[in-house]
Write a protein that binds this ligand. Structure first.
Ligand code: DMJ
Length: 597
């Protein structure tokens, strides 16, 4: 009954058909173990499957949706299954070289396979090419050049602050020598695991690994942001697993992935932004039922890889359903997407605004990277990516004065704005990566032009550090600089996008000027953001070298991304995390390409 406010107990014959309207709220109160099947939200078949304990109910939760909390027992069962699976994996691939703390300091053996459909089997865990990668990392450690050593020094300084003042917490507050919590899951520590591995920081890695083993628990009543926790935690754990071969990280990744799944239980299957990993209650932010397009379309690399490793297809299916859905939506402009999508209706909202910055950025990045991850077979991803690059060219590119820097602006209901987020500086790297994988050479040309611009966003500031948002001068007047900054935008959060693109551009062109630019940027970070007692801090004013105004926060991505990309940029070895073997997620965590070229 529509008016049935809370619960109704029914005695049901073994199979019962319900006819209901799509808007009706169903709460499956399963005293007797019922399996519910819905088709188009209209016909519901309920089948008695087994006898279970009564479900718990949760007061919070979105309207019009039933979301069950993960039951303790089934949750545990899943964990046990994960554990067993991981043990099989563990026995298979890494030999008996276990070292102290159970850590195997050698390459993980996941031979990429043709597709994501099957779990990796025992026999498939051969050590090629990942063992070669581990050997290369080890060899590299022995021959680090001076610039790489400077990155290692920066990392150790950042890590020392985190270790002393924020150990096991999300982020370091380096000035007050304390910490801040976002999810309460040791975010910086997890984000930094694979960086430590790559930089050869064995002792630090082992200590962090011990914390993951002994202290990291996901069974806690905490809301996490689906996108942020996927790219940082799930991505970080999967990469740590691939590089180290330590099954602990895979087990943790599977547990965490399972706890994120309630986010997808929405009327449209477009996930909510927020999910409670303890109760399994998911919901949108308080002020809206929208998610941003970038957050729902930038979790696919991680969910697909998790399915490939575990054999549990539900992760991949949920994530790919979103990709398919967004593919068919109205409201795009020549492949460009709006910034918001409604989780009830599944349609784009707040139409007519197009940016490559916050709200949309990694949508474009993940179209290309999923195509690469899957062995360049999924045509729809490629087509959407190519169409979007044309859309960027057609609607968003402009050149500044006086240096004629090519930049990516924004379109607001037909009006062009010469504003570019620092976030957009991921684009040169992505375009170059596409060109490397066979896409048009003009993508590389555009990548190089945009790379110059992103570098100038640093170069033209008094501290040598980019503002969060740049405004480009379009007039041939006496403006001194191409890059203008508004007072509200002159902060720097230690973001990675420019050094990320420098890494790709150097790796793929061999031009050493990109290394030199990265070196300048590292020096500026050291001059203006390094805190003597440990750690680095974001700053409020990149235009005032005397008072850059440290903000007392070190973002986890500084260790997860910025320093990792700088280290890789300064390497001249194209096989150190080869771009033909790995694809980096949007938080710089390398994941294997399933069928590498
Ligand atoms: C990171 O979490 C990721 O790079 C994401 O794609 C964008 N925001 C930060 C870094 O700026």
């Amino acid at each position: 009954s529509r008016s049935c406010a809370s619960r109704m107990w029914l005695s049901l014959p073994r199979e019962t058909r319900f006819h209901t309207s799509a808007s009706m709220t169903w709460t499956l109160v399963s005293r007797r173990g019922l399996e519910m099947k819905k088709r188009d939200g209209i016909i519901v078949r309920v089948t008695l499957v087994s006898v279970q304990k009564p479900q718990r109910h949760f007061r919070r939760g979105p309207p019009n949706l039933q979301i069950r909390a993960p039951k303790g027992d089934s949750q545990e069962r899943r964990q046990d299954q994960a554990q067993r699976r991981a043990e099989v994996v563990g026995e298979a691939g890494w030999g008996a070289e276990a070292q102290r703390d159970g850590l195997r300091w050698r390459g993980a053996g996941t031979k990429p396979e043709q597709g994501p459909r099957h779990p990796l089997k025992k026999a498939e865990f051969s050590s090629w090419p990942f063992q070669q990668q581990a050997l290369r990392i080890r060899a590299h450690r022995a021959s680090q050049n001076a610039r790489q050593k400077a990155v290692v020094d920066a990392f150790l300084h950042a890590w020392a602050g985190y270790r002393k003042f924020a150990w096991g917490h999300d982020e370091l507050k380096p000035l007050t020598r304390s910490f801040s919590e976002w999810f309460g899951l040791g975010l910086t520590l997890i984000d930094a695991l694979d960086t430590m591995w790559i930089l050869g920081l064995k002792k630090e890695f082992q200590e962090a690994r011990k914390w993951v083993s002994k202290k990291l628990r996901f069974r806690k009543d905490v809301d996490v942001n689906l996108f942020e926790s996927t790219i940082r935690i799930l991505g970080g754990l999967l990469s740590a697993f691939h590089l180290s071969g330590d099954v602990l990280f895979l087990k943790k990744a599977e547990d965490f992935g399972n706890r994120l799944m309630p986010a997808f239980r929405t009327p449209s299957k477009i996930p909510y932004s927020i999910v409670n990993i303890g109760t399994g209650v998911a919901h949108p932010p308080r002020w809206t039922s929208d998610s941003t397009v970038s957050e729902v379309t930038s979790i696919q690399l991680e969910f697909r890889e998790l399915s490939r490793l575990t054999g549990d297809k539900t992760f991949q299916e949920a994530a790919e359903e979103v990709t398919r859905h967004v593919h068919g939506l109205h409201g795009k402009l020549d492949g460009l997407v709006p910034m918001f999508i409604n989780t009830d209706r599944g349609s784009f909202t707040r139409l007519g605004v197009f940016t490559l910055g916050a709200g949309a950025d990694s949508y474009y990045e993940y179209l290309l990277k999923q195509w690469i991850q899957g062995g360049k077979k999924e045509r729809q991803l490629l087509e959407d990516y190519l169409e979007a690059v044309n859309g960027i060219r057609k609607h968003l590119l402009a050149r500044s004065e006086p240096r004629k820097l090519t930049f990516v602006g924004e379109l607001n209901h037909g009006r062009f704005s010469a504003r570019m987020d620092h976030l957009v500086c991921f684009l040169p790297g992505t375009l170059a990566l596409g060109a490397h994988h066979g896409l048009p050479a003009e993508h590389m040309k555009l990548a190089q032009a945009l790379m110059d611009t992103c570098y100038q966003m640093y170069r033209q500031m008094e501290t040598g550090l980019s503002p969060e948002i740049a405004h480009f001068n379009l007039h041939r007047t006496k403006a001194v600089k191409d890059v203008q900054v508004k007072a509200a935008d002159r902060h720097n959060l230690l973001r990675p996008e420019t050094v990320e693109s420098l890494f790709y551009l150097h790796r793929l062109t061999g031009d050493r000027k990109y290394q030199d630019w990265g070196w300048e940027i590292l020096r500026s970070f050291n001059t203006y953001t390094r805190v003597p007692s440990g750690g680095y801090s974001s700053i409020s004013n990149v235009q005032d070298p005397r008072h850059p105004q440290p903000r007392d926060k070190m973002e986890s991505f500084f260790l997860g991304e910025t320093l990792k990309y700088l280290y890789l940029l300064f390497s001249d070895d194209p096989d150190l995390l080869s771009l033909d073997t790995y694809v980096f997620n949007t938080e710089a965590h390398p994941l294997p390409i399933w069928a590498p070229s």
